[in-house]
Design a protein around this ligand. Structure first.
Ligand code: FAD
Length: 486
């Protein structure tokens, strides 16, 4: 058995890289020569951490039908749905590549776990409606035999959005759209607002909208691990490594508008495995860009955005990491159990965190205030100057709050219109996007994974028409804007 594992490991890993070694181990190393040999190889091996008997299961297979780059909530959701919707069992080989399985900088685990129906674009509302159903029935979707059931800790406390006089009519219109799509949202006058939430100071509030059901927050880590666990149990491959190169074939073509373009097809993905300077080539048919905040960088590896400005070839994927701070404070006199997730007229938001008088919240900076995204350091002055004054104005009890902790994470920020990009690239014909959700990707992940699987397997969206979220809008200059985006 040991030899079988060893041979499999070697054939998938070391032998495929051309390294030849003897299949013997320390168990018969009577003369110490094996140890000596091992030390020599370790010294010669780039990175110096070669281990002949280490687990090589993280190495990618030599080929995969679909390579998903990015093992965050979006990547694993796409993997799960591909296996779930494939016509025949094991018809397609799916590989997820993730460079950091600890997820130390991934947006998914640094998010605040919110889900709401209060969007203005029908597609976003529909995505949320499906996702909430998925979360409520998560064990019907993601149960794995002999594994414990998932507890996503959904907190159905609702979202409460506050509008000033200036934004009240937009809010009214949005709620009409939300109701048409089947969401249960009510409008509250300042008086009704005060009756329901007496701890709110209603100064400057002309109207409020409140999600009566299907809104609140949940545990992002649980959703991520649940999708991952299920996808792996369905035969999805996983590789711990970084995609550093996308190798394409090129076919020149002239478009109907006379533009000379190169149609590309990625046929090989290079995965740099951990602790090694080597890469593993993986032959592939389809590549999914689910690299979150880094998906703009990844698309450059495929030559996307490299071309004359204003041309289709020169149109980049406008997604970049934007740092957002989340502060956690303690305030025993605060609103308590009744508190929904509140977004103030100023854009400041907060919600309850647990049951012990803790709250978390923050506020998106303006373009001018955008912090440097080189690290995930927290700016504590930002809380003092930009967040706290609004909190204390809206909830007077927060005058006495004490900040207990804070963190920062990256939005996968779409600088063009702050909405997701779903579907294929027009020129790199086998690269599909599932990225750019800018602050609502976690809640939309279950539905986005299904949409990507549909377009890949059937060539079109079956359930929710996400064509407005295609890449082409960047070239055409057609923004898909949310009103009241948080
Ligand atoms: C502070 C904060 C609060 C948020 N709150 C909410 C909320 O309440 N509700 C909501 O719906 N959304 C929220 N979001 C947004 C949400 O977290 C993201 O939209 C979502 O998690 C994106 O998921 P993802 O899988 O695309 O990205 P990620 O989770 O970042 O995963 C992408 C992965 O790709 C990997 N990767 C990148 N490049 C490569 C490469 N070349 N090779 C291999 N791997 C690579 C990265 O290591 C990363 O793990 C919030 C985000 C932040 C930062």
């Amino acid at each position: 058995m040991f030899h079988r594992v060893l041979l499999l490991g070697l054939s998938r890993g070391l032998l495929s890289r051309g390294l030849r070694t003897r299949s013997r181990g320390p168990f018969d190393d009577k003369d110490g020569k094996w140890e000596e040999f091992k030390k020599k190889v370790q010294a010669a091996w780039p990175g110096g951490s070669w281990e002949p008997f280490s687990d090589t299961s993280h190495l990618p297979p030599e080929r995969a039908d679909v390579v998903i780059i990015g093992g965050g909530v979006i990547g694993w959701s796409v993997a799960y749905w591909l296996k779930r919707l494939e016509a025949r069992r094991n018809a397609i080989r799916v590989l997820v590549v993730e460079r950091d399985p600890t997820y130390s900088r991934a947006s998914t685990v640094l998010s605040i776990g919110g889900i709401r129906q209060q969007f203005s674009i029908p597609q976003n509302i529909q995505l949320s409606l499906f996702s909430i159903d998925f979360l409520r029935n998560i064990n019907e979707y993601l149960a794995v035999p002999d594994e414990p059931p998932l507890d996503v800790q959904f907190n159905p406390s609702g979202y409460l959005l506050l509008a000033s006089e200036e934004n009240a009519s937009v809010m009214e219109h949005n709620v009409k759209v939300q109701r048409q799509e089947g969401a249960k949202v009510c409008l509250l006058s300042p008086k009704q607002l005060k009756n329901k939430f007496p701890w709110i100071n209603t100064d400057g509030v002309a109207l409020a909208s409140y999600g009566i059901e299907n809104e609140g927050w949940f545990d992002p880590w649980c959703l991520l691990q649940g999708l991952r666990r299920k996808a792996l149990s369905m035969g999805v491959y996983f590789s711990h490594g970084e995609v550093t190169e996308l190798v394409s074939s090129v076919r020149p073509m002239v478009t109907s508008s006379g533009e000379q373009v190169n149609i590309k097809r990625i046929y090989e993905v290079h995965v740099k495995v951990n602790n090694s300077l080597e890469y593993q080539p993986v032959e592939c048919a389809i590549v999914i860009n689910a690299a979150g905040a880094w998906s703009g960088q990844l698309s450059e590896l495929a030559g996307i955005g490299i071309g004359p400005p204003g041309s289709l070839q020169g149109t980049r994927l406008p997604v970049e990491p934007r740092k957002r701070f989340v502060y956690v404070w303690h305030c025993p006199q605060g609103p308590g159990l009744e508190a929904p997730l509140i977004t103030d007229t100023s854009g400041t938001y907060f919600r309850r965190e647990g049951l012990g008088g803790h709250y978390l919240g923050g506020c998106s900076p303006t373009e001018e205030e955008e912090p440097d995204n080189g690290d995930l350091e927290v700016d504590h002055n930002f809380f003092q100057e930009r967040v706290w004054p609004h909190l204390a104005q809206r909830v007077p009890a927060f005058n006495t709050l004490k900040v207990r902790s804070a963190w920062a994470g990256y939005y996968d920020y779409n600088t063009f219109d702050q909405n997701g990009i779903v579907g294929p690239h027009p020129l790199v014909s086998n690269m599909y996007f599932a990225t750019g959700f800018s602050g609502h990707g976690l809640q939309h992940a279950p539905a986005v994974g299904r949409a990507v699987a549909e377009i890949l397997l059937n060539g079109h969206f079956n359930t929710i028409d996400l064509n407005p979220f295609s890449f082409n809008r960047f070239y055409l200059g057609e923004k898909v804007l949310e009103h009241n985006i948080i």
